[in-house]
Ligand binder design. Structure first.
Ligand SMILES: Cc1cc2nc3c(=O)[nH]c(=O)nc-3n(C[C@H](O)[C@H](O)[C@H](O)COP(=O)(O)O)c2cc1C
Length: 383
């Protein structure tokens, strides 16, 4: 951006502002991915490499991006993905994200490890939102969480299956976010000292920084090292499809399985009773060198697209990227980093502006491709 670019417009513009605003270790936690970040780059570049067909003279006077996703009537085929600790990127960040999503009529998904608890998000919004769940060893606690999600009016449960353990995110070690001993602590203090706007707005005025939904399970949730210890000890790596069957019996709402990449896993998810699958590699934060999610989308659509709704996330950075994913058979896309970049950069207003931009980009692309509704998008419109 030059000095004359005064207004952040794209996800990348917000990313640059976020980098200046939040402490380095938090920016890296958001921006980074597993190991050498090969899949992170592939997620973005594989979407970018797809080419659309321009078609002309087809009466595009009634272009609409309206759609329905798991019973949610949305203005566009976008969902705000669950992002742990979103509330550390802006003051009470999950509330701001949920309000932005409500105003733009798209679903918001609250992470198990969000800062704001279910009840706070519910109190702050009118639109129903979705809840993302990780399987913890303590099933009684899971049942209580499900009851809380139901009581908060959550209509869809997104159950994440690609995190039996956290991936190796090397930036978190390098910058002292995790471990690092005394040098790590000093480095974090220095990073906080050069982020005064964030320190005042979020660090001081945005408290408490507890993991609202699971606060009772972590002795001192403000300590990130203890949070990692908690994940290591509480997340259940012994999970199988039988647990999804169990979950299906417990949860009456819609069930989306988040994090399948292979057709046979998608079939297993459908057999276990889910209503939707999300093709995802967790934003490249888990297995580095796995394929991009967009590359895996067609295989999953072929396998289960007739039975359940199929979604994708990873590397979607614009409305045009969204149109490409729909051409490959996705019902909608989840946005991870882009909404947090916008949140960190300009709060709720930033997220709303970004969603508005995506909607306009989609509608414009559709008109230039000669289609009026999302159902008309298909592989024939990719070059
Ligand atoms: C900082 C960060 C935290 C995340 N936390 C969660 C989480 O708590 N639960 C979850 O299911 N996925 C989580 N994800 C993955 C996102 O939901 C989503 O799958 C991914 O970000 C999509 O890729 P994108 O960032 O390229 O859009 C997280 C992603 C990021 C970047």
């Amino acid at each position: 951006m030059s000095i004359f670019d005064v207004v952040p417009v794209t996800a990348e513009d917000h990313r640059r502002r976020a980098r200046r605003r939040v402490p380095r270790f938090l920016f890296d936690y958001l921006d980074g991915a597993a190991n050498d970040e090969l899949t992170l780059r592939a997620n973005v570049s594989d979407v970018r490499a797809l080419r659309l067909k321009q078609r002309v003279m087809r009466d595009v006077s009634s272009v609409s991006t309206d759609c329905e996703m798991l019973g949610f009537k949305a203005r566009m085929p976008l969902v705000l993905a669950p992002v742990g600790m979103a509330g550390i990127y802006a003051r009470r960040g999950e509330v701001q994200g949920a309000r932005a999503a409500g105003n733009q009529q798209v679903p918001f998904t609250l992470s198990t490890v969000g800062i704001c608890p279910l009840e706070e998000v519910q109190a702050a919004t009118h639109a129903p939102f979705w809840f993302q769940l990780y399987m913890l060893r303590d099933r009684e606690f899971i049942l209580r969480l499900l009851q809380r999600a139901k009581a908060a009016g959550c209509t869809t449960l997104a159950f994440t299956v690609d995190l039996p353990l956290p991936g190796m995110r090397l930036r978190d070690y390098r910058n002292g976010m995790l471990g690092g001993g005394l040098p790590g602590k000093l480095s974090k203090l220095a990073q906080l000292a050069i982020s005064p706007a964030w320190a005042w707005d979020v660090g001081i005025k945005g408290k408490p920084h507890t993991f609202g939904n699971i606060a009772e399970k972590i002795p001192n949730p403000e300590d990130l090292d203890l949070y990692k210890t908690f994940i290591d000890s509480q997340f259940d790596p012994s999970c199988t499809w039988d647990d999804i069957r169990w979950l299906r019996e417990q949860w009456e709402g819609k069930l989306l399985v988040k994090g399948v990449m292979e057709a046979d896993d998608a079939r297993a998810a459908v057999d276990a009773g889910c209503d939707a699958v999300l093709v995802s590699n967790h934003g490249a934060r888990q297995l580095d060198s796995v394929a991009s999610s967009i590359a895996k989308l067609p295989g999953v659509v072929d396998a289960v697209g007739e039975q359940v709704e199929v979604y994708v996330d990873g590397g979607i950075r614009s409305g045009i990227d969204t149109v490409k994913a729909l051409c490959l058979g996705a019902r909608g896309v989840f946005l991870g980093r882009p909404w947090i970049y916008a949140l960190a950069s300009r709060g709720q207003a930033g997220v709303e502006q970004l969603l508005e931009l995506f909607q306009k980009e989609m509608a414009t692309a559709m008109a230039l491709m000669g289609v009026n509704c999302l159902e008309e998008l298909g592989p024939d419109l990719l070059d």
